[in-house]
Design a protein around this ligand. Structure first.
Ligand SMILES: NC(=O)C1=CN([C@@H]2O[C@H](COP(=O)(O)OP(=O)(O)OC[C@H]3O[C@@H](n4cnc5c(N)ncnc54)[C@H](O)[C@@H]3O)[C@@H](O)[C@H]2O)C=CC1
Ligand SMILES: C[C@H](O)[C@@H]1OC(=O)[C@H](O)[C@@H]1O
Length: 256
């Protein structure tokens, strides 16, 4: 009677950037936990591959091929694809990118790309999901931020700004939507081995430096992050909102 369910059966989840890295790990964990998935990414072949993988778990998979910067296309594809009686229960703003540059060198175009991908899309897609969650008085929104939104990293000021913004957006949306039983939380990962970081993590010296700043002295495994995403999507987190869970091996608490 005190063990809540971590099951996502009969839930419909949408994951942006669902075909690689962290988004793919979350998508597969959600499918294994019983959710149907709206698979959102830019490459049609990858999207259809992952939809098939979701179906292999006995779950429904719905393809949406779009750049999150074109969030209106995502919304219209979802409206055209999912059954009329279905509504979104879980929305994961995962898609994100970085152009690693020194602050003195940042160009306007880089700013726009990072800000629109990481921040603007997350807000307007959260707004879309929340409108249907409000009608049924329940929903889960999960934003993938970063330790870079909490502490200063050398990997780009604009990226860090967008990740901080997601943490603040999480708090404010949680405040506004709590009365509708919509829970808005974030995850702040430290380094995980994905296409986004694979070049950096091929540099052994850099990896050793990461480990030296990480109390657990290792880089995380994607299933260790997916577990947090399942928790935040399940009833086990029904009295949590506005929070950011750092899945970081202890990095953000490492003073000296
Ligand atoms: N890998 C890591 O060490 C960390 C990653 N993060 C965050 O986690 C999230 C996922 O990161 P990774 O899996 O590492 O990245 P990744 O680049 O390996 O995968 C991101 C996925 O999002 C998709 N994507 C990127 N931009 C998109 C766009 N404009 N429209 C649609 N899809 C788009 C990519 O196609 C890919 O499927 C990002 O928000 C990133 O900032 C945060 C901290 C650490
Ligand atoms: C931990 C950071 O988010 C990490 O830093 C980078 O350079 C990558 O962009 C990752 O997101």
């Amino acid at each position: 009677m005190y063990l809540p369910s971590f099951s996502l059966h009969n839930k419909l989840a949408a994951v942006t950037g669902a075909t690689k890295g962290i988004g793919y790990a979350i998508t597969m964990a959600y499918a294994e936990a019983g959710a149907d998935i709206i698979v959102i990414a830019r490459t049609e072949e990858d999207v259809h591959r992952v939809v098939q993988e979701v179906k292999s778990y006995g779950q429904k998979g719905y393809p949406v091929v779009a750049d999150v910067k074109d969030y209106l296309s995502i919304i219209s594809q979802i409206e055209a694809t999912i059954p009329d009686e279905s509504t979104i229960d879980i929305w994961v703003n995962n898609a994100g990118m970085n152009i690693r540059n020194n602050a003195l060198e940042v160009q306007d175009e880089e700013w726009e790309q990072i800000v629109q991908t990481n921040m603007k899309s997350a807000f307007f897609l959260s707004q879309y999901a929340a409108r249907q969650m409000k009608d049924k008085q329940e929903g889960k929104i999960i934003n993938i931020s970063s330790v870079a939104g909490h502490v200063a990293l050398r990997t780009g000021v604009v990226y860090g700004m967008t990740k901080s913004a997601l943490i603040q957006m999480t708090k404010t949306l949680a405040l506004e939507w709590g009365e509708y039983n919509i829970h808005v939380n974030a995850i702040g990962p430290w380094y995980f081995n994905t296409p986004l970081t694979e070049k950096l993590l091929k540099n052994e010296e850099y990896v050793e430096e990461i480990k030296s700043r990480t109390p657990m002295r290792r880089i995380g495994e994607l299933k260790e992050l997916a577990g947090t995403a399942v928790f935040l999507a399940s009833e086990a987190s029904n009295y949590m909102t506005g929070q950011t869970l750092f899945v970081d091996g202890g990095m953000t608490i490492y003073g000296f």
